[in-house]
Ligand binder design. Structure first.
Ligand code: ZN
Length: 166
């Protein structure tokens, strides 16, 4: 498998791949484990917090999320509950390097998913992780974070130099 990050510098031209709907994973195979490792490598190299398989061109419902506190690999995740209260949070995306914006989403989310041992798990999250889960599940449905903006002019663009020091 040739794995590469799907990205664009022009948020007005969303790569077609990112509009694909991802399929459910049927079972864990060596190929799937290899894919997950490559996703993690690409995410860490680009200093991301989360990545979905479609962002490396593979339309499967897999996400890797890593913060300083917790690490997750979630397969076939589904939102089972969203908090009522929505709050703004500054989001970025590995597929849109240098672009950031405040996005309004529910603060709390509850998910069910399979883990790497193919067990059913349920997770409740808020803060950065809760935000990331919602962002990555959007990717699986062909939605990108800038779709939540009314006006693309609300996007902040950061110069390359500053980004490298993040
Ligand atoms: Zn993203």
């Amino acid at each position: 498998m040739k794995i590469k990050l799907v990205k664009t510098k022009n948020p007005r031209r969303v790569p077609k791949t990112l509009r694909k709907k991802s399929r459910e994973v049927k079972e864990i195979s060596p190929d799937i484990l290899g894919l997950i490792n490559e996703m993690r490598d690409i995410m860490q190299k680009n200093k991301g917090v989360g990545i979905s398989a479609i962002q490396v061109g593979v339309p499967l419902r897999i996400m890797v999320v890593e913060s300083c506190q917790e690490n997750f690999v979630l397969i076939n995740p589904e939102i089972i509950k969203l908090g009522k209260e929505k709050i703004p949070f500054r989001e970025g995306c590995l597929s849109f390097p240098g672009c950031y914006s405040q996005i309004l989403r529910p603060e709390k989310v509850k998910l069910k998913a399979k883990n790497l041992e193919w067990k059913d798990i349920e997770i409740e999250a808020d803060g950065l992780i809760g935000r990331c889960f919602q962002h990555e599940i959007d990717h699986m449905n062909g939605i990108v974070f800038i779709d939540h903006l009314k006006d693309l002019r609300d996007l902040e663009k950061e110069p390359e130099k500053k980004r490298k020091n993040e």
